[in-house]
Design a protein around this ligand. Structure first.
Ligand SMILES: [Fe+2]
Length: 282
């Protein structure tokens, strides 16, 4: 039986991709940010997961305004890094897990979560930045050390799903994973966030107090967080802070009682607050 051993959340700021690709990691601005993931990379190397289910949002790279699936799952064997305007990122292509992804899609749909099955898709910084932060700076000729199932959630085109819907979907995701017969170690990622507004007069908005409450709640009271309406995310954390509903999808896939093994919060990263947390199933 496949088993979810832990959950990871992290911001997926695109400027981090540029910092890695342009080798700026040791610059004073970037150094503390990458240092904040040293523990995480060691932790990940010890976990040795077989599969990562990586919940993120596409930023008009694979999907454009013609189609925005609310919940999608990548069922291909392979996914290439997207060209976001500067060519494909020089990172390894992803090896998917087609068999497990198809199993999860079937179970989720029969569990009343109507997934969009995606058989061909490029993956953008929403997915590749978290991979770099947890697995290091691998080049295009190297391999990520595990399979990855991309799991995009729409948070770009109104209306995104509610935090509660994402949390409930995480619970169904866990049931789907645990009904997969092969003994595989699975880690679920929820990415995006934390407070950020990219445009308008409130651009650069940071609400550290609210972010800290959200991080505390993620570990201890995720059900409380599911009651936060969209309007509060937008008001308190900026228009792009809504990405945090994807963290609740990850949290739903874990035990009610989890061990917080690591937390990192840093301002500024680009014009956002960067948040990262690692939760282990007890
Ligand atoms: Fe994003």
């Amino acid at each position: 039986m496949a088993k979810i051993i832990a959950g990871v959340t992290t911001s997926h700021v695109p400027a981090i991709a540029a910092a890695i690709d342009l080798k700026k990691q040791e610059m004073p601005y970037w150094q503390p940010i990458f240092k904040g993931y040293e523990f995480s990379k060691k932790w990940m190397a010890e976990q040795k997961p077989d599969v990562i289910i990586l919940i993120y949002n596409d930023h008009a790279s694979a999907f454009d305004a013609t189609i925005f699936p609310t919940f999608a799952i990548g069922c291909a064997d392979e996914f290439l890094p997207a060209d976001e305007g500067w060519g494909r990122r020089p990172v390894p292509k992803l090896k998917g897990h087609s068999d497990m992804a198809c199993h999860i899609a079937q179970k989720l749909i029969l569990d009343e979560f109507d997934m969009t099955v995606v058989n061909r898709m490029d993956v953008d910084h929403g997915l590749t930045v978290p991979m770099n932060l947890l697995f290091g700076d691998l080049g295009p000729d190297e391999e990520w050390p595990c399979r990855v199932i991309p799991f995009p959630i729409n948070v770009v085109q109104y209306p995104p799903p509610t935090g509660k819907r994402c949390y409930d979907m995480g619970k169904a995701l866990r049931r789907a994973v645990e009904s997969y017969p092969e003994d595989l170690k699975v880690i679920v990622f929820g990415t995006g966030g934390m407070s950020h507004q990219l445009q308008g007069t409130r651009a650069g908005l940071i609400n550290k107090e609210w972010d800290t409450r959200f991080l505390d709640g993620l570990t201890k009271d995720p059900v409380g967080l599911t009651k936060i309406p969209h309007s509060e995310y937008v008001r308190e954390t900026g228009s792009e802070g809504i990405e945090m509903v994807m963290w609740l999808a990850m949290r739903g896939a874990l035990n009610d009682d989890v061990k917080e093994v690591y937390r990192f919060y840093h301002v500024p990263c680009s014009n956002t607050a960067l948040g990262h947390i690692i939760l282990e199933n007890k």
